[in-house]
Design a protein around this ligand. Structure first.
Ligand SMILES: [Zn+2]
Length: 289
């Protein structure tokens, strides 16, 4: 003890003192107040109990919204619904046999933008618990065995890459072999440009599979939900023997601004909505969820 006091006094040079414990103490002390940050207070506020309807501004209790299949009980606005919830609402209990559940996309082009395609795939599969933007399988709807494909907009905007194309093609081919009707419920921003040509060729592939299915005189029902656009709209989504749509769904190829700029013409009111397309004969019926 005594020797330590002596050395401190004797070695009272600036070289020794700053390297001693005072620097460590000064580091530990200010760390304590940092624990009670404002961020944690924000997290304490319960979220997800109520949802405001974007159409009629009604506050809807989330449980009520779920029980009503994500449709506003007041104005009938159709909120987006995930593929799993959609399947659950449509098929007979425990009848869904999923196909190709583990098929996942590969970054064939080594795409690098603001973020890499690989990192996007990882982030989306974590946040959505999905492997890609479509879930396919054989199920029973009522007494009918059906080949069902349901797209999910929450995975990269429901974009169609190799996996979406391949899973749907396999589903349609399975439907053809087993002589089953095919139902595809679409929601998509179009072809997945991270995969370039590989995504575009899915348009031809799915369409060809549907042509073989049609040759066998088997029914194909396409259901368009908000939004269904671009490469998906230009392929399997519009090839249905029966094309149904959900109310007020946005359906089209290019966005209205692009069309307006290209054609230099004023677009009619309600352009690219399900109601407009029903009046103009592109779809057969609008069906609520
Ligand atoms: Zn509403």
């Amino acid at each position: 003890m005594a020797t330590k006091f002596l050395t401190k006094e004797k070695m009272g040079t600036p070289q020794v003192e700053p390297a001693l414990t005072p620097t460590l103490e000064s580091l530990t002390l200010p760390q304590r107040p940092k624990l009670g940050t404002s961020k944690s207070r924000k997290r304490d506020i319960p979220e997800g109990l109520w949802t405001k309807c974007p159409s009629c501004s009604t506050m809807i209790f989330d449980k009520e919204l779920d029980e009503n299949l994500k449709v506003c009980p007041k104005c009938g606005h159709h909120f987006p619904i995930g593929s799993r919830e959609r399947i659950h609402s449509l098929v007979e209990t425990c009848s869904f046999e999923e196909m190709d559940a583990d098929m996942a996309s590969v970054d064939v082009l080594g795409f690098k933008g603001v973020a890499t395609y690989k990192s996007k795939l990882e982030a989306y599969s974590k946040s959505t618990m999905l492997k890609d933007a479509v879930v396919t399988g054989i199920c029973k709807i009522g007494s009918h065995r059906t080949a069902l494909g349901v797209m999910d907009f929450s995975f990269l905007g429901g974009s169609m890459g190799s996996v979406v194309g391949e899973k749907l093609t396999r589903l349609i081919e399975r439907g053809t072999e087993a002589r089953l009707p095919v139902i595809i419920i679409s929601t998509s921003g179009g072809a997945r440009m991270y995969e370039g040509m590989f995504s575009l060729m899915q348009m031809a592939k799915t369409s060809a599979a549907l042509a073989y299915h049609a040759k066998e005189r088997l029914p194909y029902i396409s259901v368009l939900t908000h939004p269904t656009t671009a490469g998906v709209m230009a392929s399997y989504a519009t090839l249905g023997d029966l094309i149904l749509a959900e109310p007020k769904a946005m359906i089209g190829f290019a966005g209205p601004r692009v069309i307006k700029d290209t054609t230099q013409a004023e677009l009619p009111p309600g352009f690219q909505t399900a109601e407009f397309l029903l009046n103009h004969g592109l779809i057969d019926a609008i069906v609520t969820r």
